[in-house]
Design a protein around this ligand. Sequence first.
Ligand code: AMP
Ligand code: GLY
Length: 434
Amino acid sequence: MGIDELKVLVLGGGGREHALVHELAKSPHVDAIQVAPGNGGTAGEPRTINISLDIEDPRAVADYVEDNDITFVVVGPEAPLVAGVADAVRKVGIPVFGPDQLAAQLEGSKQFSKDFMARNDIPTAAYHVFESDERDEAIACLDEMGAPVVIKADGLAAGKGVTVATTIEQARDAIDDSFNGRFGEAGDKVVIEECLAGPECSVICFVDGATVVAMAPSQDHKRVGDGDTGPNTGGMGVYSPVPLVSDATYQEMVGIMQQVADALVAEDIPYRGVLYGGFMLTKDGPQVLEFNVRFGDPETQVLLPRLSSDVAEVLYATAEGRLREIELDWDDLDGVSVVMASGGYPASCETGFPITGIEDAQTIDGVTVYHAGTTRDEQGVAHTCGGRVLNVTALAPTFEEAMRRAYDAVDRIHFDGAFTRRDIGLKALIDKDT
Ligand code: AMP
Ligand code: GLY
């Protein structure tokens, strides 16, 4: 199957998927795009429709692909990958961007990921694993390790499974919560981890077998409030590149990602997709905090607009195992992407409000607005339908200008209860000055 006249199925419905669809729709290789479930933004892209499909059911996705002559599948979120959707689609002979179920365990199981790193000498925090019938042993381990200490539910927990405990009591509560079913089966096992310190940075790479093509570093903002205060969220904004990361440190992280890819090959674990390395820059060098087996959200919303290469070519080459033929071209611009969220997020929030001002915001040079939690009504008006509603991305020659553009755009967009952090990108300025 050639790369022309692609009929693409994209799985997912967040800001990340809107960014992917927005770029795919620009490619001359792409004839039509279907997105499951998509959102109000993907619905408005050229040659694109939203469809309804159980994206975590491998059989249902493979059947849909066959019945609708889909020629390429791009998987956004982790859950379908962990469920084995990529395996099922590959089995019916259609290229998929996204790894098989086995490799997806790098994100789907903290224990799998830590054991993989340990046996392959990938720098990461020391750790111990306990099952729910080993509570006493887990508590004894805590006492030995002391606080601060990190407790992680083994399985997927929608970003909520990690507790950085500053006291032993907190750590004990986190273990009890996990064993008492707070995360369902995902919490039946816990990883107790040494607490690392330092700034965080992500290096997101295209990987096929031993070929690794790294994207620029980026920095997410997990806490809901300015100055990194308040509860954790799915991510409130991101900037890229990361001025505090020197070239040498970046190369060190890329080297670690290459070591991971080589280890996957040595262990006979096929990988075709994106591998996201979350790092902590400790005084002893970068250490891996976690892997994700897919594009970051909201990192994608700041990385893809800077990529001047044809995204369809890059994704398809990765899926076909031809990544070594690809060289990525990047715009030499600084990027800031700010999340506009519904009042109350990350706790429960009221939704269903009309959104105005998006078109006006996009008249600002360098600004693109990606939809996340939105739908459109019959008149085509976008309404809020989730916690994180929009990602407002601005590119500019400097971070100062990118921030100015992003917040100018944010101020032109309105819906009831909307809020943002006001400091996305500030760290890039501060780190640059010192
Ligand atoms: P994870 O889902 O594993 O990335 O963890 C979520 C967040 O918890 C990370 O972004 C870090 O801020 C924090 N974290 C995870 N592991 C550690 C660790 N070993 N030491 C300190 N903080 C950590
Ligand atoms: N931004 C973090 C993630 O995608 O998991």
